[in-house]
Each structure stands twice: as C-alpha cells, then as structure tokens.
Design a binder for this molecule. Structure first.
Ligand SMILES: *Cc1c(COP(=O)(O)O)cnc(C)c1O
Length: 426
C-alpha cells in the first residue's frame, strides 16, 4: 500500500466499497431488501436509540446505498453523504434540517427551472421563504441577509448552462452572515469542481444527471462538508437542541462534523420518506466508476460543438464558459479548469420560432427535459422547462425565447455537429 492519498479516478472506482463480507462478491451487491434482522433485543434498542450504527429499514439506511454515499462524499471531500430519491428530495432534505416556519433562505436567480418552482411554491407552503439574489453580484447576497436568513443556495455551474458562480465571493457573504453555503454541484460534478474547497458547507446533487450518467436512474445526494458550527448561533434547533424522539440527544454534539448528514437522515429522510432504491444506487455506482472518463469526453465534445456553433450564420450568440471570449471564461479557469461542463445554451437569430424548429428537426439529438446522459440532448427552455416562469424570470434564468439548451453526449463529435448542421439549415 502506498502512503499517497488515492487519486480521483481511484476513488471513483473504490471509495466506500470492499469485497462483500458474506460472499466475496467484487461488484457491490444490490441489497434489495426492505429490512434487516436484529442480532437481539439489546442491539435493536441500540440501533433505534442511535447508540450503534447498523441497518434497520431501507428507508433510513441500506448497504448498497451506503457505498454510494461514501463514494460521493469522498469524491467531494465531505465528511458524510446521504442518498435520496432525487435531486429535489436532496434540496428538500437539506432545507428541512435548516429551516423553521417563517425562516428565509437566499437563492441565486440562475438555477435549474425546477428548483425555482420548488422554492417559489412548495417551499413557501412550508413557511420557508426564498429571497432571490443575483448570481453575478455577490454583494446582492449580503444585501438580502436578514435576522431570519438560514442558508444561501447556489449552483456551481448554473442551469440552463454557461454560467460559472463565484463560489469564494459568495462563501464570504455566507460566513459574514453566519449561515451555511449550499452548492448544487449537479452540472459540474466533483470531477470538474469541488465546492467544499471553495467554501461550501453543504453540497447537493441530482445523481440523475452526469453522476449516474446514463439517463436511466433518478437519485439525489446530500454531502456534509463538516465545516459549519451548528451550535454557535442557536439558529439550527434540529442540530443544537435535544431530540425527544432519540432520548434527548443533541445531534451536533453527539455526531460532530458529520452531524448535519445524520440529522438529514434520522430526522429528515426517516420522516419525509424519499429513499433511494438500492437498485438505483447500484446503477448510479456503476456510472460513477467512469465519471472521470465521461466528464473529460463530455467537455471535449462540448467545446468543439460550442466553437462550431459560434461560427454558424443562424446563431446569434453562444454562452459556453469554455470559449475564450466568454464573459465567464475567467471564472471557469478558476473553478472548472478541466472543462466547463457539457451543458450550454445558444441563441438563434430566428427567435422563438427558430428554437421550436431546431428541436423539431434533430435526429441524433433527443428532444427531452434532461441533461447528463451519454446521449446528446436538446431542449428549448422557453417552451418547456422554464414555461411556467414569467418573462422576466425566464430572461434572468438565461431562458429567453431564442435560447436553445444542449447537453452534449459521448457520441462522435462529427455526428453531433452534422445533426445540428442539418437541424439549423434553411
Ligand atoms: C435536475 C436537476 C435538479 C433536480 O434533480 P432531480 O433528480 O430531477 O430531482 C436539481 N438541480 C439541478 C442543477 C438539476 O439539473
């Protein structure tokens, strides 16, 4: 064994996994079971009281899912992970642990359209109030802070593409306000960006996208950065006050720098119920093994397509931070030096009609609402994902009428370009 810390590609294959103790199976087995037999009454009592770690019921823990949790936490450089059924369930789980009714959180205005909806409507029904700030203006986050602020939420590479967030500047605002910075790292993945190294306290993922990577499984992940003091301010009672359902234990005091992940599991997931299926955990784990290879190829193909579109006569603009003259290129060099991801937008001179025509004319590309598949994907946000937003919100989110979004896959780049060429012709 070398003393050197294993590299990213090694961790992507090995972190969290050892040969199955019961059978020697090398691949992580799918523990497709709802529940686990207790050794005896005393062990059962210890498990229920959080005095021992072990499996009770798959809504709370599962051995297949546990490998995925350790793998992603390790790739992100966090202390612990919690897998859930989807990216949206991860966002729900995080805020459920941080927010009481009447509390506020500040969110970047350049987010995945589904997150804008979740924050504006469903979360408001829980009494959790979102306050929007401008991703490109870190000072706007500071200006939005009030007594009731409990968190700041941003995306590293922001949906619908091409935007790089200045994580260190926004992390400074979060530290000043004494609240955690939550970073949705779905579009970058830890291969391109590790937000905890730039001041994030919590990372969330939709595993549905590049991490699973094959367009076949929904999943989400919460990663505890282990850095935040949940007790100092008294603002996070789920972590700093005795829990009646666990004989009065105080979660932060008992579990220290992985207390946040524990609270999300034993208070959040236990009651909210959005558990990941062990079968999905297995498929996503298989995807993670090739994450470094896939992300490198996704980025290489995306840059070639962006450069080609940049010279096309029907194209008004291309917004890809990997392009040298892009306004986000400098931030990209800092935060995603290995590549600016595979999702980006471009604007068609022909506006809304041209966008509709492009998505109707592709053959190799699939017209659908997803990103991060091996396959190349296309969507016209104004007529689909961002349809419910007001015109103002659409433009703020980078989803105006002329905008087309691509998620570049792993096909031969010549075939990807040829398909766009024929779809944009005429
Ligand atoms: C897809 C996505 C989500 C939501 O994830 P689901 O797995 O679809 O629930 C959240 N954030 C970003 C950036 C996404 O792309």
């Amino acid at each position: 064994m070398s003393d050197n810390k294993p590299g990213f590609s090694t961790l992507a294959i090995h972190a969290g996994a050892s040969a199955d103790p019961a059978t020697g199976a090398r691949a992580t087995p799918i523990y497709q079971t709802t529940s686990f037999v207790f050794d005896d009454v005393d062990q059962a009592a210890a498990l229920f009281g959080l005095q021992a770690f072990g499996n009770i019921y798959t809504r709370i823990t599962n051995p297949t899912t546990a490998v995925l949790e350790e793998r992603i936490a390790s790739l992100e450089g966090g202390t612990a992970g919690l897998a859930v059924a989807s990216g949206h369930a991860a966002q729900l789980g995080v805020l459920h642990t941080l927010m009481q009714p009447g509390d506020e959180f500040i969110a970047s205005n350049k987010l995945y359209g589904g997150s804008i909806n979740q924050f504006n409507h469903s979360f408001k029904n829980f009494g959790w109030n979102v306050v929007w700030a401008d991703t490109d203006d870190p000072a706007s986050f500071e200006a939005a802070v009030t007594e009731r602020t409990r968190a700041i939420f941003v995306e590293s590479l922001a949906n619908p593409g091409g935007i790089v967030t200045d994580l260190e500047a926004i992390s400074k605002m979060a530290k000043k306000a004494g609240v955690p910075l939550i970073v949705d790292n779905t579009m970058a993945t830890p291969y391109l960006c590790r937000p905890i190294e730039h001041g994030a306290d919590i990372v969330v993922h939709s595993l549905t996208k590049f991490i699973g990577g094959h367009g076949n499984s929904m999943g989400g992940m919460i990663v505890d950065g282990g850095s935040f003091d949940w007790t100092a301010s008294g603002r996070y009672p789920m972590l700093s006050e005795p829990r009646p359902e666990y004989q009065g234990i105080v979660i932060h005091e008992t579990f220290g720098n992985f207390g946040f992940a524990i609270a999300c599991r034993v208070l959040g997931l236990r009651d909210l119920g959005a558990a990941l299926s062990p079968f999905n955990a297995f498929l996503i784990l298989t995807g993670v093994e090739t994450l470094p290879l896939r992300m490198a190829k996704h980025c290489e193909n995306a840059l070639a397509v962006a450069e080609w579109l940049n010279g096309h006569k029907a194209v008004e603009w291309v917004r890809y931070a990997g392009l040298k003259d892009d306004p986000y290129h400098e931030l990209a060099n800092k935060y995603v030096p290995k590549g600016a991801g595979a999702v980006f937008t471009f604007g068609l001179k022909g506006g809304y009609e041209a966008g509709v025509k492009a998505v109707s004319s592709v053959n190799l590309f699939s017209h659908l609402a997803n990103i991060g598949d091996t396959r190349s994907l296309i969507i016209h946000p104004a007529s689909t994902t961002h349809r419910q937003l007001t015109d103002e919100q659409k433009s703020a989110a980078g989803a105006g009428p002329e905008v087309v979004r691509l998620s570049i896959g792993l096909e031969d780049v010549d075939d990807i370009i040829a398909d766009l060429d024929q779809a944009l012709a005429g």
